[in-house]
Design a protein around this ligand. Structure first.
Ligand code: ZN
Length: 247
């Protein structure tokens, strides 16, 4: 039985930083992969090295397990798709019920490229932050899509490659709690202050829940989840996203 080793799809956001900690707690060798696909703001990619470095500093074990980072140029995705993540248009809901931040096929492409890298590197689990619970209904985040993708990769590459999605059935508040379980308050604080989630790429002020514009769907989701997480940790504390923490 080969040892379990993992390649984490790592964007520098809250979800993928939590997935990285999850993988470091489980696998003896963990590598990371990121994609530059012409995101209209590059800030997400610029925070990656800092989040990786801070993750290393969390634990000697994690530092030993965390190995190479792979950055892949997928600018072709920006050339062939026209969405609010790759073009300078306002974020809006489309007639098909999907927000125009949806990049068709993005996760399928990411997983295929990641599997190619993992195959070459001898890694047997792909870890991604896909989530059905409180996302915008992106069809390529669905568990069924991941199961089908895993099957396609196993057949097409003749390898027992697995896809692990630790956030699939939990909401944003539970994602913060998972980070706490994995790395304590220090990991929560690192994710709060270092990771980036905002669709508009605003770094801006440090809010209670982290950096970001505070208005886009990604910021609102992150802020609401953090408030719920803090409320659960300390029911006497904050009760909404608009209030300051109580002490
Ligand atoms: Zn934002």
């Amino acid at each position: 039985m080969p040892s379990q080793t993992a390649l984490v799809l790592f964007s520098g956001g809250q979800d993928s930083a939590t997935c990285l900690a999850w993988a470091l707690a489980r696998y003896e060798r963990v590598e990371t992969i990121g994609f530059d696909y012409g995101q209209r703001h590059i800030v997400e990619l610029t925070v990656r090295p800092a989040v990786l470095q801070k993750t290393r500093e969390m634990s000697a074990d994690w530092n030993a397990r965390l190995r190479e980072d792979h950055m892949i140029d997928l600018s072709v995705l920006g050339e062939i798709s026209d969405t609010a993540l790759t073009s300078n248009v306002a974020i809006a809901m489309q007639a098909n019920g999907l927000p125009n931040t949806f990049v068709p096929g993005r996760n399928l492409l990411f997983l295929t490229i990641a599997a190619t890298v993992a195959y070459r590197r001898g890694l047997n689990v792909l870890v991604g932050g896909m989530c059905e619970t409180d996302y915008s209904g992106y069809p390529d985040c669905r568990d069924e899509t991941m199961k089908a993708m895993e099957k396609a990769l196993q057949l097409g590459m003749a390898t027992p490659m697995a896809i692990a999605t630790p956030l699939m059935w939990i909401d944003k508040a539970a994602t913060w709690k998972l980070a706490e379980d994995l790395g304590g308050a220090a990991l929560v604080e690192m994710i709060r202050t270092e990771t980036h989630t905002c669709y508009l790429g605003e770094r801006g002020a440090l809010h209670e829940w982290g950096h970001g514009c505070g208005h886009c769907p990604a910021c609102q989701l992150r802020a609401r989840g953090y408030a719920q997480y803090r409320g659960a940790v300390n029911p006497e504390g904050i009760t909404g996203t608009s209030q300051e923490p109580g002490g």
